[in-house]
Write a protein that binds this ligand. Structure first.
Ligand code: MG
Length: 397
């Protein structure tokens, strides 16, 4: 590896500044382990090994510096990976920050690539770069094969002609100077609404070539995308299934509502608790932590820590689910039974399933929620408190 700067190098800018809030949990999706390796490291490995890419620079979120340093540790000390660039509020602002940060290297060509597309074949980078011989930009794209409908949740209002329509992927390769100029012009024009880099070049009236994308080169966005990706890598077949159990009880006290499975229910009493006292979410959190053998809710959120006073318990479950994903795992299903004489759970069941699913980052059809009384026996029967039992099934690589 030579430290001498090359004339007119080819650079790859990898966009990894998003917060990944759509997937739930606390680890941004580009750092989630896929069969034991962070998604971003997989994406970067292809570029770091690519002979036509001279330098790779990653645009990250300021909050992710530590995660990023762990992710790229194997390349630290080399000259191919440039220092991380802190991104902006939008994808467009992030790429602009990246382009400005590397402009001093006078690159001839730049590849823009999403950090959450780990399955882009190496040849796709070649074909987009090759197309720059005749064009200022070239993007990987797939012809649309599904029939396109216009409509709302209420129904279909029309069918679109799909001929000539393509779904844009990354990589997108560009001659560096026109792309930087287009980004600067957009900033001057206060246009921050471009959703990819090709659109900026199109806006400038410049030619963008289409090269054939790849069906496996999808963007990992939802928990289902990650589950499919893990299966693609053999994670599902070689992985293991685990189960965890959780139990929680809280005492009734004066108050006017209880929190149950993330739903606020008016009641003649409240519960005595340090947090919001949601027995269902506490039992589920312990079940998920139990499945990965990672302590319990008290070790992760000590009652002695004032930070959790009155805390909304969906944070606890989201944290536990994030711990599963950080190990490259997926939650297969969650099942909880609430034991109480009152309030009635039935009218709130669907809202509870939805709330639990949102906190765990899974679809509601993977959540079961049941309720029973204690037939007026024992402390629950005497309405002194309420309890919940939960089981979590997860799959680990
Ligand atoms: Mg509790």
């Amino acid at each position: 590896m030579s430290a001498a700067p090359q004339p007119s190098p080819t650079l790859a800018l990898v966009v990894a500044a998003g917060r990944g809030v759509r997937i739930g949990g606390e680890v941004p999706k580009q750092y989630i382990l896929l069969a034991g390796t962070p998604v971003l490291r997989r994406t970067l490995a292809t570029l770091m090994q690519h002979p036509r890419v001279d330098h790779v620079a990653v645009i990250i979120n300021d909050a992710d510096r530590v995660l990023y340093a762990q992710c790229v540790a194997e390349w630290a000390g080399g000259t191919k990976l440039l220092p991380a660039i802190i991104g902006g509020a939008t994808r467009q602002a992030s790429v602009r920050a990246g382009l400005e940060a590397v402009a001093a290297l006078s690159p001839a060509h730049v590849i823009i690539h999403d950090g959450v597309r780990p399955f882009a074949p190496p040849a796709l980078f070649d074909s987009t770069l090759d197309a720059l011989a005749a064009s200022d930009g070239a993007i990987a794209a797939l012809a649309v094969t599904d029939t396109l409908k216009r409509g709302t949740a209420g129904g279909v209002s029309g069918t679109l002609d799909r001929s000539g329509l393509f779904a844009a992927q990354t990589p997108q390769a560009f001659r560096f100077a026109p792309l930087l100029a287009a980004h600067r012009a957009a900033q001057t024009a206060k246009r921050e609404d471009f959703t990819d880099d090709a659109a900026l070049l199109e806006w400038q009236g410049r030619a963008v070539a289409l090269v054939a994308g790849h069906g496996d080169n999808s963007k990992l966005t939802t928990p289902e995308d990650f589950a499919r990706a893990a299966a693609l890598l053999g994670g599902a077949s070689t992985g293991e299934t685990r189960t965890g159990i959780g139990y929680d009880v809280h005492q009734f006290t004066t108050g006017d509502h209880v929190m149950l499975a993330g739903v606020r229910i008016p009641h003649s009493h409240g519960v005595f608790a340090h947090s919001d006292g949601d027995v269902a979410l506490h039992a589920l959190t312990d079940a998920v932590l139990g499945a990965i053998g990672d302590g319990d809710i008290g070790t992760h959120f000590p009652p002695s820590d004032p930070a959790w006073r009155g805390a909304s318990s969906d944070r606890f479950l989201a944290h536990a689910a994030g711990q599963v994903r950080a190990r490259g795992g997926v939650i297969v299903n969650l099942d909880v039974t609430i034991v109480t004489e009152a309030p009635r759970v039935g009218p709130h069941r669907e809202a509870m399933r939805t709330a639990v699913a949102a906190a765990a980052g899974i679809s509601p059809d993977r959540v079961s929620l049941k309720a029973t009384t204690s037939e007026k026996m024992g402390f629950i029967g005497r309405r002194e408190g309420l309890a919940a039992l939960a089981i979590a099934t997860i799959r680990l690589p």
